[in-house]
Design a protein around this ligand. Structure first.
Ligand SMILES: [Zn+2]
Length: 365
């Protein structure tokens, strides 16, 4: 039997909740994570119709990209679509879980998926997160250096870009004197001891601190483990907003816009003046991405594909970049494939459905 919690764990291992923006409300919206799962329904937005669909197909967990609950809710009287949706979900024991800006901000998240769909290569995060990394320094007797290193790597330390198991190790000498009530691994009580040790340093994302420290304490042989954790102001290259990537070879601008229409299934694109005949470098951001235009210009992208640009913001292209606004829902639609691919790999014993309800509130005429 699989619980809702086990499913959420898989998603959160991929898109840790700590990567969500401060204004966001990703996570469990409604329901009890300990209940047994009967099926999953994936959607971008949760509406009453989506909840109805879940009931009809016998799926008691809805996973959405946009959180159903954003602002504070003071009453549940069914006076708007959010309240109605909540009431229906509770009535029929449907759990709702949302994974929003955390899946925007992880590498291989929403914007990466868009890039993959249009065929970009060499993709990187456009605006990496900062101040999200820590350094761990610990001191280990030579005999236990390998086992400690292995344990902290397995707990998630030591990832830098396309490398893992990154650490720096320096041989030195530790000193300590075990006091009367101590039970030392080496040395004797009340005698100053010198021990050859390795100073081991590595890097990790802040949210893994407890996991890594527990792994360290579990395998380190000393009764009192000496370790330091430093906050870093480095950029975290594999997490942040938007992506930048390139086509294998330049693509004619008209053909590029046409391919966006086909791939994202949109009848019309709002875009700025075509200034270059070809497009090679493309910046992308799923959802409302006007805030990243300066970043896209800074890396000299030929085009910036996102949504929710306002009239005056189009002027900011300044004949330096082609802004292509492809619609909010359209830009994020493939996020459901990320959820699906993650879950289908781990659970084969129940059905995972894509919603058939059209939740995009915008129509084109
Ligand atoms: Zn969105």
């Amino acid at each position: 039997m699989t619980t809702v919690r086990e499913v959420i764990q898989i998603i959160e291992d991929f898109a840790p909740p700590c990567y969500q923006e401060s204004y966001d409300n990703s996570g469990m919206q409604i329901g009890d994570a300990s209940c047994t799962l009967t099926g999953i329904l994936l959607c971008i937005d949760v509406t009453e119709d989506v909840v109805m669909e879940a009931i009809m197909i016998g799926a008691n967990l809805i996973i959405s990209h946009h959180p159903l609950i954003f602002g504070g809710i003071k009453r549940l009287s069914g006076s708007n679509y959010i309240e109605k949706t909540i009431i229906k979900a509770i009535k029929y024991d449907i759990s709702i879980y949302s994974c929003h800006t955390n899946i925007d901000n992880v590498s291989l998240g929403v914007s990466f998926k868009m890039g993959e769909k249009i065929g970009l290569t060499r993709m990187q995060v456009l605006r990496p997160l900062t101040s999200n990394l820590c350094k761990l320094v610990t001191f280990v007797p030579n005999s236990h250096a390998d086992i400690v290193r292995k344990a902290i790597f397995e707990a998630g330390a030591g990832h830098i870009g396309n490398y893992d198991c990154c650490s720096y190790n320096l041989a030195g000498e530790g000193t300590f004197r075990a006091l009367e009530s101590a039970n030392p691994f080496v040395g004797e009580k009340n005698i100053l001891h010198k021990e050859p040790e390795i100073r081991m340093e590595t890097i990790f994302p802040k949210f893994l601190e407890n996991t890594i420290v527990s792994a360290l304490l579990k395998v380190h042989p000393y009764e009192e483990v000496a370790y330091d954790i430093y906050p870093l102001i480095n950029q975290q290259k594999n997490a942040g907003a938007g992506v930048i990537g390139e086509f294998e070879k330049p693509m004619e601008t008209i053909g590029f816009l046409q391919s966006l229409k086909t791939i994202f299934g949109i009848p019309v694109i709002r875009h700025t003046e075509i200034i270059n005949e070809n497009i090679l470098k493309v910046a992308l951001c799923g959802g409302s991405g006007s805030f990243l235009l300066p970043d896209a210009k800074k890396v000299h992208a030929d085009a910036y594909v996102t949504s929710d640009f306002k009239y005056h913001q189009f002027f900011d292209a300044e004949r330096l970049i082609l802004i292509a606004d492809i619609g909010h829902y359209e830009s994020e639609q493939f996020t459901l494939e990320i959820f699906y691919d993650l879950l289908v790999k781990n659970f084969s014993n129940f059905a995972i459905h894509f919603t058939k309800v059209k939740t995009n509130p915008i129509n084109y005429f």
